[in-house]
Design a protein around this ligand. Structure first.
Ligand code: UVW
Length: 323
């Protein structure tokens, strides 16, 4: 890190008395609700805009209801179109009923998962403080205009296949930190402070090819088997010390699924509750990856506008990668 970097290193965490081990609580202020998104900023947006050179845009969200049925037994959304033809006005409205904000591509907000032993969410927020409306703590709407900056794709799927050691994405295979570092090196990409990291594991392309019966089998917490990245303290140190602002993946849980809910080392606890690191799941990265491989440019501008829902817990990313 540069000498001007005012944030503590991972080894110096926590900075706040009484805060859990390896937590960033207090680093961005006692009332902070943005966590690692604080690593993004005006300079990063200007630098990211300079990466726009080809005029290509990649949508990173799945279509609504792409997963049939949705994973983790989440409910499918119902889309209704209402016709009107009255007072000389002909047209339509529509509504999306029963919409679960995690039915497809999603950011897990910091209110999604709290630490099971500390009984607390990022920055010590208690479950009672998480509620609908403007006063809801750690609400996703606070990110609505924040997730813009330089992003980097780490194509793990390509990396392991290029080395003739493919994994089965529809199994709980674990990519180690050394693969993330190796893929970056092979791509010639560096992490700069304030980057959003996108990680392609190969899960999404395998899921899309699965049969309807296989998808039905994967739709429950018990039935799902999915690859992901390791959930170690070393990985969190690497993310934090590189000032990674958010991590989005094409797999269902970032870490391999199933997870052991009793294991304090689970990435959901380490990232969301301890570091305040937003994690994204079921992102669409295959077309972007093909383009990055073709022009050998794995960095681009990313814009993501989470839902402006006061008290919201999660959101589709509404993400665009722009090259
Ligand atoms: C669960 O919380 C079950 O899943 P996720 O946050 O990975 O969508």
């Amino acid at each position: 890190m540069k000498a001007s970097d005012k944030f503590p290193r991972f080894a110096e965490l926590p900075v706040k008395a009484g805060a859990p081990k390896e937590s960033s609580w207090g680093v961005f202020g006692d009332d902070d609700e943005l966590g690692c998104l604080n690593f993004l900023g005006a300079k990063g947006i200007v630098d990211a805009a300079r990466l726009v050179q080809a005029g290509k845009v990649f949508r990173l969200d799945t279509r609504i209801n792409y997963a049939k049925p949705p994973l983790f037994a989440r409910a499918p959304a119902r889309h209704n179109i209402t016709k009107f033809d009255q007072f000389g006005l002909l047209g339509h409205d529509d509504s999306l009923d029963n919409y679960n904000t995690q039915e497809g591509s999603q950011w897990d907000g910091l209110a999604h998962v709290g630490h099971m032993r500390h009984r607390a969410f990022y920055n010590g927020v208690k479950s009672e403080e998480i509620q609908d409306g403007p006063d809801g703590k750690l609400s996703i709407h606070k990110w609505a205009d924040r997730v813009v900056g330089r992003a980097v794709l780490i194509d793990l799927w390509k990396y392991v296949n290029d080395q003739s050691r493919p994994i089965d994405p529809l199994s709980p295979a674990k990519y180690p930190l050394t693969d993330l570092q190796g893929a970056l090196k092979a791509q010639g990409t560096v992490l700069k402070p304030g980057s959003i990291v996108l990680i392609r594991t190969g899960w999404m392309q395998a899921y899309v090819k699965a049969t309807a019966d296989e998808k039905a089998g994967m739709a429950t917490l018990e039935g799902l088997r999915a690859c992901g990245i390791e959930s170690s303290s070393a990985l969190m140190e690497w993310f934090w010390d590189n000032r990674v602002a958010a991590v989005g993946t094409d797999c269902p849980a970032v870490e391999p699924w199933p997870i052991d809910y009793q294991d304090e080392g689970a990435l959901h606890y380490r990232a969301l509750s301890m570091l305040g690191l937003p994690i994204g799941e079921q992102f669409v990265l295959d077309e972007l990856a093909a383009d990055c491989a073709a022009d050998n440019r794995y960095e681009f501008m990313l814009t993501s506008a989470p839902m402006n829902l006061e008290g919201g817990i999660a959101s589709p990313p509404n993400a665009l990668a722009i090259k």
